[in-house]
Design a protein around this ligand. Structure first.
Ligand code: PLP
Length: 493
């Protein structure tokens, strides 16, 4: 052997035995976490200072022992909010499926880069199959396709990039400044990522027209029609109508078929943000709630919301899959291939915003294999039932009132002491109530603005939530609400 040949450096190359020993320790931590969930509060008592004190450490030059690493990770778990706890009812954030979490080890272990088919043939196939299954549940035609992206924000951005290119095809090369003014239309209840997408796509946030909502927080179609007509008369080109299937605040579903009809009449791209509510497509019983979604040109769906998948696993589904390549393809010498010599599938890195892509499909796929679709459908239906139950209990309780009819798995309600009519005081009271219930930590709700009034909000996307957790939420609201109201903490009316 030549003298100058570098000797191997294998420090990072753990043997299978070493890998198993470490994995066993991590699995112990994970199963310990699962065991703790029924009794542990949804949120720990923690401050930025206590988190820093417990977790900050210098990056070591030499390895730590497994015992030291596990002690550190246990401290991390102890100081973590538990979105997997049944009492976690905030935002639209769940705990992730157990098979999903475990299969993430395999996905990261394999580390397939699903940007290129040649380096991820099996992973690309799994993702394609999953996309096809979802597109079928939404009722899209066989021309449909799509991919996983890192969250609903990017899915909305991708869908609206397709819409922009549809409305102004030279936009890709010449920019939006070279064309007519473009506009997006969405309800005042839609997610802020629609405006963010308009900004990123060069249209500017002001190009997003906010259509008002009806008493049930659904987009007013007459208003949509009027706004489009006004813009067209002024020379503005409508680029997309964005309906929401499950608004973030109250779970409202816009009248999808009616909105689609308006979009179609004006030849405008129809995007549905079903990041949250899209999950009901998995249930044959609830699927009719999404009637009209099959007319969409593009759909955002977050599996990490109500399909309970680990973060972040979102889908962008497109009626005509070929458009993705038209809007995102690129040429570079370092990814050239002789496709006439060797057969290969599509490179998903050329069909969307991300080039390198993780194998996120596996966590959804394995959970579907391990539980079966019906288990997801049953649980989603149960979440809807639990939410109706909560709304009924709230209605029966004198100091509580629902802020609007419950929709999907969201119920918004407020504490309203007898005889108080000052709405601003009630807003402050309910905002503080949310803060105090969160600080208490046993259950963890968030808030919503419903017709401009502040309400507590319970959103079930954790499959461990049961009536007992919702009862605790109501009990806390009554107990802490009474203390805040009578204790003079807030300026009284
Ligand atoms: C309706 C809706 N769209 C989009 C998003 C953004 O999704 P993500 O947080 O996955 O980026 C959310 C997040 O809550 C949402 O509720």
């Amino acid at each position: 052997m030549p003298e100058d040949r570098p000797i191997p450096v294998a420090d990072l190359d753990w043997s299978p035995d070493r890998a198993r020993a470490f994995a066993d320790r991590i699995v112990d931590l994970y199963t310990g976490y699962l065991e703790s969930l029924p009794e542990a509060p949804a949120a720990p008592q923690v401050t930025p200072a206590s988190a820093r004190a417990a977790l900050r450490m210098a990056v070591p030059d030499e390895p730590l022992s497994d015992d030291d690493i596990c002690a550190h990770l246990q401290a991390l778990l102890d100081l973590s909010t538990r979105p997997g706890s049944g009492g976690f009812l905030a935002y639209i954030s769940g705990g992730g499926t157990v098979p999903g979490a475990i299969s993430d080890l395999l996905a990261s272990g394999l580390n397939a880069n699903v940007g290129g088919w040649a380096i991820s043939p099996a992973a690309s196939e799994v993702e394609e199959q999953l996309v096809g299954w979802l597109a079928g549940r939404f009722g899209l035609p066989s021309s449909a396709g799509g991919m996983i992206v890192q969250g609903g924000s990017l899915a909305n951005l991708t869908g609206l990039k397709l819409a922009r290119d549809h409305a102004w095809p030279p936009g890709r090369t010449d920019g939006v400044g070279a064309g007519p003014p473009l506009a997006f239309y969405t309800s005042s209840e839609s997610h802020f990522t629609i405006e963010r997408a308009a900004d990123v796509l060069g249209l500017g946030e002001a190009s997003v027209r906010k259509v008002s909502v009806d008493a049930d927080m659904r987009m007013r179609v007459d208003e949509l029609e009027r706004m489009i007509a006004d813009d067209v008369a002024k020379g503005v080109r409508p680029a997309a109508v964005v309906a929401t299937a499950g608004t973030t605040g109250t779970g409202a579903i816009d009248p999808l078929a009616d909105v689609a009809a308006v979009a179609s009449r004006h030849g405008v791209w129809f995007h549905v943000d079903a990041a949250y509510g899209g999950a009901v497509a998995v249930s044959d019983t609830l699927r009719p709630l999404l009637a009209g979604i099959e007319l969409a040109d593009s759909i955002t769906f977050d599996a990490h919301k109500w399909l309970y998948a680990p973060l972040t696993t979102a889908f962008i589904l497109v009626r005509d899959a070929a458009l993705l390549n038209g809007s995102f393809s690129a040429h570079a010498a370092y990814v050239e291939q002789e496709r006439d010599v060797i057969e290969r599938g599509p490179d998903m890195g050329m069909e969307g915003l991300q080039l390198s892509r993780s194998f996120s499909a596996l966590r959804v796929w394995v959970a579907l294999l391990a539980h079966g679709r019906s288990a997801f459908a049953r649980r989603i239906e149960h979440d809807v039932d639990l939410t109706s139950w909560l709304a009924r209990r709230v209605e029966e309780t004198p100091e509580l009132e629902v802020a609007c009819a419950p929709s999907l798995s969201i119920c918004c309600f407020r504490y309203h002491p007898d005889g108080v009519s000052d709405e601003e005081y009630l807003d402050r009271l309910n905002m503080r109530l949310m803060t105090e219930i969160q600080a208490d930590g046993e259950v963890f709700p968030s808030n919503a603005q419903v017709h401009e009034r502040t309400a507590l909000r319970s959103c079930i996307v954790t499959y461990r939530t049961e009536a007992v957790h919702l009862q605790i939420l109501m009990d806390k609201a009554l107990e802490i609400g009474a203390r805040l109201h009578t204790g003079g903490t807030l300026v009284t009316p």
